[in-house]
Design a protein around this ligand. Sequence first.
Ligand SMILES: Cc1ncc(COP(=O)(O)O)c(C=O)c1O
Length: 428
Amino acid sequence: MSSIYEMNRGQLEAEMKDLLARYNDVKAQKLSLDMTRGKPCTEQLDLGAEMLSCLKPDDVYAEDGSDCRNYGLPFGIPEARRFFAQMIGTNENHVIIGNNSSLTVMFDTLMRALVFGELGSTEPWSHVANRKWLCPVPGYDRHFLVTQTLGFELIAVPLNEDGPDMDMVEKLCAEDASIKGMWCMPLYSNPDGYIYSPEVCERLASMKTAAHDFRIYWDNAYVVHHLYEDNRGTLPDILSLCEKAGNPNRVYEFASTSKITYSGSGISCIAANPENIAHIRKFVTVQSIGPDKVNELRHVRYIPDPAALDQVMKRQAEVIRPKFEVTLDILEKEFEGTGIAHWNKPLGGYFISLFVYPGTARKVVALAKEAGVALTPAGATYPYAKDPRDENIRIAPTYPSINDVKKAILVLCVCAKLAAAEKRLEEM
Ligand SMILES: Cc1ncc(COP(=O)(O)O)c(C=O)c1O
């Protein structure tokens, strides 16, 4: 197919006929493929099999002698705190361990702010009726849902290859005290796989905010999820940057082992500066008499040090890299020269972000569904599920088998071309 922008009506109609034939062929195959969520596949989960048996009846004690089966250590066992500290590049005293979902820790952190306020707050956030939250887009639908559910107005900010549009972020934050915080996925963002530049990180740490209790939620979910060993994204330590910039309380950092060990049975953490940690501790000790330390112990036995973590992540990458590469190959072949779509080529993380012909993403997802391929709903990567240009589709290649990924991406490409040709004809 040549460039859609250079085709005349007759050529487009001919192209549509071919595409429709391809689409009907695909439909006749009665496929049933699910590309909706970024879940690890069974093979990835199987890599952690050792974790299920690595503890023995006499190996239930943390390095400080605590019995992990019992109550206690509300902030996690020392070696699990060290595990995350080394992973995200901070001090273990700045880390509190959570149970299996970092999303829960984020939700809890917001709930504390809503009920009690943050250090620097003049009132609990729930009293701020017009509270707002900045959302770099495209972004993670579950982030948006958390802040929407908790009553924040979501403000979309464009995400560039080097991070959020900082001119806009700085302006908004400086002017509006009801903007209380911001989502950030600084390394291999979901879904674009973008990496924040050191300059963007510095600006985030040092910008002026009208709200004295402004918080960055630094979701470092993919901090060690490199696809290529020899081409790894890196980040500065945001906690130190905020400290240096004179805004030590500005950031909460989150991470988990959901995509390192088990998504359904990992461990998570929140990291912050000492003052914020002391603030959080007051509530964590009320909320629970101690987290699941047996699972923490299991994790540090399976991954005792950074070298072991490297090995685990290398094996994870070996399973998923071919799925990313086959997706990118098909996109390249199918869309080459058509001008219909563009996409990112991530170095890590869990997604590929595809931009189809403007105004067709919903149609593409609907066509794919009819052909038996379930995709993440169009719009999901924007607040309120409203993609203003109706063009972004999140591809999650990790869960299906490589053959299914191939089939699904081919269907996606046919649907995208068909919808583009149809739209173009309408626009003529
Ligand atoms: C950016 C990001 N943060 C958080 C999560 C969920 O993390 P957890 O399983 O630790 O709740 C995901 C899952 O896809 C994610 O993409």
